[in-house]
Design a binder for this molecule. Structure first.
Ligand code: CAA
Length: 241
């Protein structure tokens, strides 16, 4: 059995591609999901990857869920914090609930998950944490004050934790996908997507989930031990940082 990898939001969209790519690379993979039982069941049937339901915005639920994964598969060596939501609205229309839900899932979710695997990684002197941030955390995005704030926070979290993990052979990195062809992006109003977003992408197309997944496989590998605290952009040339 290969190393154990846990992917949050791992049964749909970019997360499903990450789970599958890690399995293909020899990892024993667990995919967490929050809500969509039907999609999770279909993903499990198609890939054989076990799925586990809990909400990453709930600290206790993360503890219970991770304990179950570790009892079934063994200690988590690789954590991919991929779960994320959008509640897009112009700031003057954004509600406190839209703000909180996105911060709780997309930022606090990283604390909730990573905190429960961190001690084990330190004890075993090995760990890989890969945080899926976003181009919109790097550049900010109108209609996404909540999401951009959370995703920028993910980058600060990554850089701080990378310093703490370094002496214990734990790397912590972030990936910033641009606009990838998933349900999340396809939920953007069609005119906004076609007239505003696509023209900003020099390669002239949305990215594919597998193109992000390949970045994760690299950062998760034993061979990537000298890469930590970094931000890997996969955005079709939309932003250079
Ligand atoms: N880029 C550029 N311009 C945008 C924009 C965007 N992403 N989103 C909205 N606008 C523009 C609109 O074209 C519109 O301009 P005009 O008045 O000149 O036509 C103006 O902003 C206001 O937009 P709406 O008329 O749509 O206003 P609304 O109040 O009805 O809706 C909104 C606002 C909810 C933000 C809606 O426009 C929207 O959902 N926009 C998309 C926001 C976005 O880019 N989200 C990213 C989702 S994908 C993701 O988050 C994954 C990732 O990590 C990249």
């Amino acid at each position: 059995m290969g190393r154990v990898a846990l992917v949050t939001g791992g049964s749909r969209g970019i997360g499903a591609a990450i789970s599958t790519a890690l399995k293909d690379a020899g990892y024993t993979v667990a995919a967490n999901y929050a809500g969509n039982d039907e999609k999770a069941r279909a993903f499990h049937e198609e890939t054989g990857i076990p799925v586990y339901k809990w909400d990453v915005s709930n600290y206790e639920a993360c503890g219970t869920g991770i304990a179950q994964v570790e009892s079934d598969l063994g200690p988590v060596d690789v954590l991919v914090n991929n779960a994320g939501i959008t509640r897009d609205a112009m700031f003057h229309k954004m509600t406190p609930q839209q703000w909180q839900e996105v911060i709780n899932t997309n930022l606090t979710g990283l604390f909730n998950m990573t905190h429960h695997v961190w001690s084990g990684m330190r004890e075993r002197s090995f760990g890989r944490v890969v945080n899926i941030s976003s181009i919109n955390g790097q550049k900010g995005q109108m209609g996404q004050a909540n999401y951009s704030a959370a995703k920028a926070g993910d980058l600060g979290f990554t850089k701080a934790l990378a310093q703490e993990g370094a002496a214990k052979n734990i790397t912590v990195n972030a990936i910033c996908p641009g606009y990838i062809a998933t349900e999340m992006v396809l939920a953007v109003p069609e005119n906004v997507l076609k007239e505003r977003i696509l023209p900003q992408i020099p390669v002239g197309r949305l990215g594919q989930p597998e193109e992000v997944a390949r970045c994760v496989v690299f950062l998760a590998s034993d061979e990537a031990g000298f890469v930590t605290g970094s931000t890997l952009s996969a955005n079709g040339g939309q932003l250079f940082v």
